[in-house]
Design a protein around this ligand. Structure first.
Ligand code: URA
Length: 239
């Protein structure tokens, strides 16, 4: 929630970012002298406070807040996973202006839908994407043909793509005729599509349902997003 300037954040934004009060309610709390910073009443919502350095309280109750922001987006088809593009809409265009300083963790193809995490926490992004940390990314694919035991074995053994790109062992599960679930621990360019195509099953649609401990809420419509709960952030961090 604070930005990279050492975690400094406006007091009124900090209160609203906790999700417990709206901006308007936060301003009212401040106006009524119910907010303290390090024990002294503070009425100025523009006052900058630093995560981990100042103690903010409302009615004497300490307010804890996250330094970083985490949004779960249900990416629709037709938008780029990028922070800007001159011609095409990006995932950031789906967010309100105040959230457009976040960046996507990893990349989904333009036609791929599903779970996309956006954050300003670079350390967590690195951890989630690095094969070293073995964070599973789970996809559901519609394909031509049907996967069989030989396909499952090939995925499990670790495939080498036709251009020589080596892939780590991956999970493949048949979900029904022409449908399968793929679990990867890395995110190479078009990886799911290339692996399945190489096995003779071109992908006709691809949807990501999970990344590590984080799963896409079935109730979140394409284009919808929400803040992660503190427990979800902790689980992603392996805490
Ligand atoms: N693999 C793909 O081929 N495409 C994606 O968007 C994600 C993983």
């Amino acid at each position: 929630m604070g930005k990279s300037d050492g975690g400094a954040i406006r007091l009124d934004k900090l209160l609203a970012d906790t999700g417990r009060w709206t901006r308007r309610e936060a301003k009212e709390l401040l106006r009524r002298g119910r907010v303290t910073v390090d024990g002294s009443v503070e009425r100025d919502g523009a006052r900058k406070v630093c995560a981990g350095e100042c103690q903010v309280a409302v009615d004497g109750q300490i307010v804890s807040w996250q330094r970083f922001r985490y949004l779960l987006l249900h990416k629709p088809a037709g938008v780029l996973t990028a922070t800007e593009d001159k011609r095409q809409r990006t995932v950031l265009d789906l967010l309100p202006p105040e959230d457009r300083d976040l960046f996507p963790v990893g990349r989904l193809d333009k036609d791929t839908t599903g779970l996309l995490l956006l954050t300003d926490d670079g350390a967590l992004a690195h951890r989630l994407l690095s094969p070293k940390y073995h964070v599973d990314k789970v996809y559901e694919a519609e394909i031509e043909g049907d996967v069989d035991a030989a396909d499952v074995a090939a995925f499990a053994a670790g495939m080498t793509l036709s251009d020589g790109t080596p892939c780590l062992p991956a999970g493949l599960e048949r979900l029904g005729e022409g449908r399968c679930r793929v679990t990867l621990r890395e995110g190479k360019f078009h990886q799911v599509k290339r692996m399945l195509a190489q096995r003779g099953h071109p992908v006709t649609s691809l949807h990501r349902v999970a990344m590590g401990a984080l799963t896409l809420d079935p109730s979140l419509e394409a284009g919808g997003f929400r803040e992660l709960a503190a427990e979800e952030v902790a689980a992603l961090k392996g805490e």
